[in-house]
Write a protein that binds this ligand. Structure first.
Ligand code: COA
Ligand code: AMP
Length: 630
């Protein structure tokens, strides 16, 4: 089917379109109702269907005769390990672990926080929760204790599953002290902590709270998949919003399974048996969707890679994995290829590997800058597909739909809206902009299956964050334009969210930490352009009157504070001391204007500015900083 025909079918009647797509997955009980309203009055897909996501990922494929096919290949250059796990083996491990969780009292609707590195046990834990109808919440291993504590207090897990350590190039990250500290800080205390001890660094089992992973596996009968409804939550995934408190994006079972399966057809053109690799982390949405759920629901082989694009051991790492495991499609963040290009500009590593299996490269997580796009095209000769999505959506809103037809790409564009997403660009009054004119990117409701159903236990925040700006539309928080050929260009966030190395972070959250330094009277954190990581945070601080702290000491202390309270992943390294911050007359800090100045981009002095002279002071400071780092 052509893209236009598929898109028209969706647009003319979304409910009947998605009704026909329901048959992409094996339900226990097929839904009678495709689109209904949930208890919050928000749209809900396949609410009365019955299914189990772990069954779809595992048991179904074993029944179809794929038991001996690798479901998951664990490739870990940081531990020098490779492990092939077949569908049958993964099913046994998941059923077994789920039985152990059940014996600990975990049941349908319970939350389980998973704080783990990129090891097969993380996938087993996720699927075991899905098997029981429990709701997992995976927290990225790069987050610090206080971030974990906030998530524990919000999700209120019965159980927390962790490992003794993460492994970063050249260093071990002990997880257990971070978990202990987080539980100490949190008001909610999980009943049990399940600990997987890695040989590289073991941690003590603190009884009676802690239990060893092996003990959970050893002492329980395998658990059967529990039927859940299409509307039951599968997971909560926290993501950065504009305030310090992360948003718990809630994903359902039914809509998610259908969307995952559909996306593998039309965006990635993957068939059962193909090898798919998303070089991300299970702590991010890309990891949830395209390391775990979509490839497994589709019957593909997925790759769990514990390493980096460079230095593990070199800039050929990605090509090596693709060649060795016959990867058909590779998905990663542009920053990963910027790192590869920086170390191996001529792509000399590429020639060392047989990449005949590799058909397409997919990029997302941040804007794919045209130079990186051109470099990849030229060096690999493969289609390079930029696709745009968010934690909230779980799958791409726009992309080049390889499973339908490949459009001539335009560098800088995520190509066309994916069928299911009716994308509009609106001006501040909510009117559709002309072709080529920049505005706020919104999606006409209803959002398709797979997208968030609410914010965990805070539906009002869901309404306020996404639904209230333009009634009838979901506000993406990104700005951009659609050109005359219908290509979508996403230019960046129009709120206080930044994207550092493909990781979504909140400047508001960083401001809370920076502002808590005893010498700081006021501060603003902005995201400035960074050649490797896309964006990097920069803090501008006003000192308290009479503060005598030495500037370098202040900068060091603030950096440490942000690393300790948010995590090293924040990449917060720069603090500038300024006498004043530019504000509107109503007191709003002009972050966007400062960002433009820092990036050396054109800007207009806002008419609402309180004192234009402050902008000159800021410009001088930022220009001095730019030339100092150039
Ligand atoms: N656990 C603990 N710490 C972690 C971590 C984890 N899982 N992941 C990263 N960190 C730490 C790093 O060790 C580093 O700490 P340091 O400042 O003490 O050195 C810090 O967080 C920043 O990490 P990172 O952004 O990975 O920087 P880097 O310089 O080590 O690597 C890249 C740069 C570009 C290679 C890397 O950012 C990368 O691979 N990016 C791809 C991102 C991606 O896949 N995003 C997913 C969205 S699709
Ligand atoms: P996350 O929720 O971490 O996936 O981050 C989502 C945000 O990343 C989006 O709102 C965009 O700002 C940005 N993003 C993701 N993919 C792209 C892309 N292909 N082009 C431009 N921005 C992107």
């Amino acid at each position: 089917m052509s893209y236009n025909a598929e898109f028209e079918q969706f647009k003319s009647d979304p409910a009947s379109f998605w009704n026909s797509k329901a048959s992409l997955i094996a339900w226990y009980k097929k839904p009678q109702s495709t689109l209904s309203k949930d208890h919050n009055g928000y749209s809900c897909w396949y609410a009365d269907g019955e299914l189990n996501t772990s069954y779809l990922c595992l048991d179904y494929h074993v029944k179809q005769g794929r038991g001996e096919q690798p479901a998951l290949i664990y490739d870990s250059p940081v531990t020098d390990t490779k492990e092939h796990i077949t569908y049958r083996q993964l099913l046994d491990r998941v059923a077994n672990f789920a039985g152990g969780l059940k014996a600990q009292g975990v049941q349908r609707g319970d939350r389980v926080v998973i704080y783990m590195p990129m090891i097969p046990q993380a996938v087993v834990a996720m699927l075991a929760c899905a098997r029981l109808g429990a709701i997992h919440s995976v927290v990225f291993g790069g987050f610090a204790s206080s971030e974990l504590a906030v998530r524990i207090d919000d999700a209120k897990p019965r159980v927390l599953i962790t490992a003794s350590c993460g492994i970063e190039p050249g260093k071990l990250i002990p997880y257990k002290p971070l978990v202990d500290e987080a539980i100490k800080q949190a008001d909610h205390k999980p009943q049990k902590v399940i600990l997987f001890n890695r040989p590289q660094l073991t941690a003590d089992i603190d009884q009676p709270r802690d239990i060893a992973w092996e003990e959970i596996e050893a002492n329980a009968p395998a658990a059967a998949p529990e039927p859940v409804t299409g509307a039951d939550p599968l997971y909560i995934l926290y993501t950065s919003g504009t305030t310090g408190k992360p948003k718990g994006v809630v994903r359902d079972n039914g809509g998610h399974a259908v969307a995952m399966r559909y996306s593998m057809d039309i965006i990635y053109d993957m068939k059962p048996g193909d090898v798919f690799w998303a070089a991300s982390d299970v702590g991010w949405v890309v990891g949830h969707s395209y390391i775990v759920y979509a490839p497994l629901i589709t019957g593909c082989t997925t790759i769990l890679y514990e390493g980096k694009p460079v230095k593990t051991p070199d800039a050929g790492a990605f090509w090596r994995v693709c060649a060795e495991h016959n990867v058909k499609a590779l998905f990663t963040a542009p920053t990963a290829f910027r790192a590869v290009r920086k170390e191996d500009p001529d792509a000399s590593q590429l020639a060392k590997y047989d990449l005949s299996s590799l058909q397409r490269l997919y990029l997302a997580g941040e804007r794919l800058d045209p130079p990186t796009y051109q470099w990849l095209r030229e060096k690999t000769g493969l289609p390079v597909i930029d696709h745009w999505w968010q934690t909230e959506t779980s799958w791409a809103i726009a992309g080049n739909p390889a499973g339908l037809e490949l459009f001539e790409p335009k560098p800088g564009s995520a190509t066309k809206p994916v069928p299911g997403f009716d994308v509009r660009v609106l001006d501040d009054e909510g009117l559709k902009t002309a072709a080529g004119a920049t505005g706020n990117i919104a999606i006409k409701l209803p959002l398709p299956p797979g997208t968030l159903t609410t914010i965990w236990e805070d539906h009002q925040r869901f309404i306020d964050s996404y639904m209230s700006s333009y009634p009838g539309y979901y506000l993406t928080g990104d700005e951009g334009y659609i050109d005359k050929d219908g290509y979508l260009f996403v230019l960046g966030r129009c709120d206080d969210v930044i994207n550092v190395a493909g990781h979504r972070l909140s400047t508001g959250q960083m401001e809370e930490v920076v502002g808590s330094h005893t010498a700081v009277a006021e501060c603003a954190v902005i995201g400035v352009s960074d050649t490797l990581k896309g964006q990097a945070p920069m803090g501008l601080v006003i000192l308290k009157d009479g503060s005598s702290i030495e500037p370098d000491a202040l900068k060091r202390e603030i950096r440490e504070k942000v690393r300790n309270q948010i995590g090293a992943i924040s990449c917060y390294n720069t603090t500038l001391i300024v006498p004043r911050l530019p504000k509107t007359r109503s007191g709003k800090i002009l972050r966007k204007t400062m960002r433009a100045i820092a990036d050396n981009k054109p800007y207009t002095t806002p008419s609402t500015i309180d004192d234009p002279a402050i902008l000159d002071e800021i410009r001088e400071t930022l220009e001095a900083q730019r030339s100092a780092t150039a």
